[in-house]
Design a binder for this molecule. Structure first.
Ligand code: NAD
Length: 358
């Protein structure tokens, strides 16, 4: 298998990444290395105790804590957190948590240009991208800017060891979706494809071990390694049908983020495999069989992932509107997107059927 292309453009962000169990305790060194002195620590309300731990670890460098991060980065919360950052004279942000907390850090950075140290506790991958999704008046918009790209990432397996198994599985499939779609992105490079395949392999090998023993630190570490690679792919190349479907289902039907990715991924990949079987061959090879969608579907089922959109709260009567919305302003996709094809895909994902190969 070669990822060589005759012509490509590759882009990488300048990010410092540190890896290792316990590496979060080096956060004070990283603050010093940035030349900063007054850290604002960010978490969700649920992870407020982690904010306390980081505040103690940063000692005199802790200027304040804001523990109000919320899903989909609501603009009113970002404005309140930005006002607080200014009030306490923060000169660096330390975001500890999943995509929601990372999103809050990015939203403050966008408004203040403060540097960000991110300590991820899920596999969502936002820490490795210059992408920010924000919500205002129920409408989610996404922007891409170097201003929101975090400068430092600390991947510490001890922090993901507390991630409940259900969230572990859906978050892993969320990450794997970035890599799977990256393989057929128009703007892929040999490097992004190499990272995508290695990220998928890391999850394939380590997720079963983590499910069997959630506190297994070497296995947790390998899942974080997968998250870094998959997130980096997301930051480098454009996404297609799978992400469009998930944004539609999340934005218009309020379905939960990671769970929706978990259910839709095998169906979107099976749909696109009909057009680009060669580009998705590494997925089939990694997950068994000739059909990459079916391979992912079996992997998800064996991992105990949710398998049906109806179990996430989507009504059968919503399928027509979902198909209309998903095909109204389609993202570029390797296979032409038809309303009929998407309606069929969504029906199978809604019912929890195995993806159809056609
Ligand atoms: P999340 O950050 O919303 O976390 C879900 C819940 O799990 C929260 O209550 C959180 O406190 C808790 N939690 C997180 N880590 C934990 C741990 N180790 N132990 C126990 N509890 C823990 O969920 P997420 O899936 O990481 O992020 C989803 C959000 O991130 C969405 O808004 C999505 O759009 C965004 N996202 C953005 C990008 C990007 O590049 N901009 C990429 C991926 C996801």
């Amino acid at each position: 298998m070669s990822f060589f292309r005759d012509a490509f453009t590759a882009r990488s962000a300048a990010v410092r990444v540190r890896f290792g169990a316990g590496v979060r305790r080096a956060v004070a060194d990283e603050i010093d290395a940035l030349g900063a002195r007054r850290a604002l620590i960010l978490t969700t309300p649920h992870q407020a105790a982690t904010a306390d731990e980081f505040a103690a670890c940063c000692g005199a460098r802790t200027a304040g804590r804001f523990t109000g991060a919320a899903m989909h980065t609501p603009v009113d919360i970002s404005e309140a957190a930005t006002a607080y950052a200014r009030e306490i004279g923060a000169d660096v942000l330390v975001a500890v948590g999943g995509g929601s907390t990372t999103g809050l850090g990015k939203a403050i950075a966008l408004r203040t240009d403060l540097p960000q140290i991110v300590v991820p506790t899920t596999y969502a991958g936002s820490e490795a991208t210059g992408i920010l999704g924000q919500t205002e008046n129920g409408v989610k918009t996404t922007l891409t800017s170097p201003a929101v790209q975090p400068e430092v990432i600390l991947y510490d397996a001890e922090l993901v060891a507390t991630l409940p198994v259900g969230l572990t599985v859906t978050s892993a499939l969320n990450a794997m979706a970035h890599a799977a779609e990256g393989l057929y992105a128009r703007d892929r490079s040999p490097l992004s494809s190499l990272m995508a395949v290695e990220g998928l392999r890391a999850f394939r090998d380590s997720l079963p071990a983590v499910i069997a023993a959630p506190a297994d630190l070497p296995a947790r570490s390998e899942t974080l390694y997968g998250a870094w690679l998959c997130g980096t792919v997301l930051g480098q190349v454009g996404m297609a049908l799978h992400h469009k479907l998930c944004h539609t289902l999340g934005g218009s039907f309020d379905l939960p983020h990671a769970e929706t990715h978990a259910v839709v991924l095998p169906h979107a990949i099976a749909f696109n495999a009909a057009a680009v079987p060669d580009l998705l061959a590494p997925v089939a090879e990694l997950f068994g069989g000739d059909d990459p969608g079916l391979g992912l579907w079996r992997f998800a089922r064996e991992s105990g992932a949710p398998m049906a959109l109806r179990d996430l709260g989507l009504a059968e009567a919503d399928l027509d509107r979902a198909a209309d919305l998903a095909t109204a302003n389609p993202y570029w996709n390797p296979r032409p997107v038809t309303r009929e094809g998407i309606r069929k895909l969504l029906r199978a994902a809604w019912a929890g059927d195995a993806p159809a190969a056609d």
